[in-house]
Design a protein around this ligand. Structure first.
Ligand SMILES: NC(=O)c1ccc[n+]([C@@H]2O[C@H](COP(=O)([O-])OP(=O)(O)OC[C@H]3O[C@@H](n4cnc5c(N)ncnc54)[C@H](OP(=O)(O)O)[C@@H]3O)[C@@H](O)[C@H]2O)c1
Length: 283
C-alpha cells in the first residue's frame, strides 16, 4: 500500500481514498441507475481498507450522502467521511454558488442529518463564492468547528492566497483541487501543501488527453497494469501529502484503482510522465 496520511495531526487515513460523486444519476443528478451496485461499491471500498470517502451535499443533490449512510452506517472505526458545501445544484450539470454564512450553517446541519453523524470529520468549503467574502465563509466554518459540528476544516478549488487567508482564521487540513500528471495548473499549491503539512486531494485524478494517453499506455504495458493505475501511481509518488480519490461506479474498477497503491514507478517513468504537460504544450 501507499502508506498513511495524517490530517491535521488528528486523523490518519490510507493514502488512496474513494470519491463517491459518480454514485448518482447522470449529470451528478438524482439517484444512481443501479442503486444496489452503488451500495456494493461503497461496501467493497471499506472491505479493501479504503478509509477516506469524499462526498458533497450537492452530489445528487443529497443522494450521495444518503447512500453513504445507507451502505455504511454504523460506520466502521477509523472511517473518515469528508463532505463539502457552498455549491448548489438547481438541475443536472448545473452548479450555483452559495457560501453565505446562513447557507453554510444550514448545509452543515443537512449533511449531519443525512450522514447520521454528530460531528463531520472533515468539512470542505466546496469553492469560494465570488459574491461572498471568503473570510466570512471560512469564519462560519471555524464557528461550526468551535460548536463541535465539524472536526476539521478543509478547502476546495482554491489558490494559495485563499489557503493563507483561511489559515489565519482556522487550521486548514487539506486542499482539494483538479490535478493529475497531465494537468498541473496547481503544482504550486501541491508544493505549498507539502511544505506546510496539509493534505492535497486531487480531483479528476485520472484525467488524460491523447499525448498523455500514449505515454501512459506504454508505461502501463511495461508494468502489466492499466493506464488508470499508472496515473494513480504517479500521483502517489508526486508527494507524500497526496491523497487520490478516484471515483467509479464499478466494483471491478474500484478493485483496480485500489491495487494501484501497491505498484511502483521507477524514476525515469515518473519523470517521463511529469514531462507530459510540456510535450502537450509544444505540439
Ligand atoms: N472538489 C471538486 O470540485 C470536485 C469536482 C469533481 C470531483 N470531485 C471529487 O473527486 C472524485 C474523483 O473525480 P471524478 O469522479 O470526476 O474523476 P475520476 O475519478 O478521475 O474519473 C472517474 C471516471 O473514470 C472512470 N474510471 C474510474 N476508475 C476506472 C478504471 N479503473 N478503469 C476505467 N475507468 C475508470 C469512471 O467510470 P466508471 O464509473 O465506469 O468506472 C468515471 O467515469 C469525485 O468522485 C469527487 O468525490 C471533486
Amino acid at each position: 500500500m501507499a502508506g498513511e496520511l495524517s490530517l491535521g495531526g488528528e486523523l490518519s487515513v490510507n493514502r488512496l481514498g474513494f470519491g463517491a460523486m459518480r454514485l448518482t444519476g447522470e449529470g451528478i443528478w438524482g439517484p444512481p441507475k443501479d442503486r444496489k451496485g452503488a451500495l456494493a461499491v461503497l461496501r467493497r471500498a471499506v472491505e479493501l481498507d479504503v478509509n477516506f470517502i469524499d462526498t458533497a451535499d450537492s452530489y445528487g443533490p443529497y443522494v450521495n450522502e444518503e447512500l453513504i449512510a445507507e451502505a455504511l452506517f454504523p460506520y466502521p472505526r477509523g472511517l473518515v467521511i469528508a463532505t463539502k458545501g457552498g455549491w448548489n445544484r438547481p438541475g443536472p450539470n448545473q452548479w450555483t454558488h452559495d457560501a453565505t454564512p446562513s447557507h453554510l450553517r444550514k448545509a452543515v446541519e443537512g449533511s449531519l442529518r443525512r450522514l447520521r453523524l454528530d460531528r463531520i470529520d472533515i468539512y470542505q468549503l466546496h469553492i469560494p463564492d465570488p459574491v461572498v467574502s471568503f473570510d466570512a465563509s471560512v469564519e462560519t466554518l471555524a464557528e461550526l468547528r468551535n460548536e463541535g459540528k465539524i472536526r476539521l476544516v478543509a478547502l476546495s478549488n482554491v489558490t494559495q492566497e485563499h489557503i493563507e487567508r483561511a489559515r489565519r482564521i482556522v487550521p486548514i487540513v487539506s486542499v482539494q483541487n483538479r490535478y493529475s500528471f497531465a494537468d498541473r495548473e496547481w503544482d504550486y499549491v501541491v508544493n505549498y501543501c507539502q511544505q506546510h503539512g496539509l493534505g492535497f486531494i486531487p480531483w479528476f485524478p485520472l484525467g488524460a488527453g491523447k499525448v498523455a494517453g500514449e505515454v501512459l499506455s506504454r508505461i502501463a504495458e511495461a508494468h502489466g497494469a492499466s493506464p488508470t493505475q499508472i496515473a494513480l501511481c504517479w500521483l502517489l509518488k508526486r508527494s507524500p501529502i497526496m491523497l487520490p480519490i478516484p471515483g467509479t461506479s464499478s466494483v471491478e474498477h474500484l478493485e483496480q484503482n485500489v491495487a494501484a497503491a501497491s505498484l511502483r514507478l521507477n524514476a525515469e517513468e515518473f519523470d517521463e510522465l511529469s514531462e507530459v504537460p510540456e510535450l502537450v504544450g509544444s505540439r
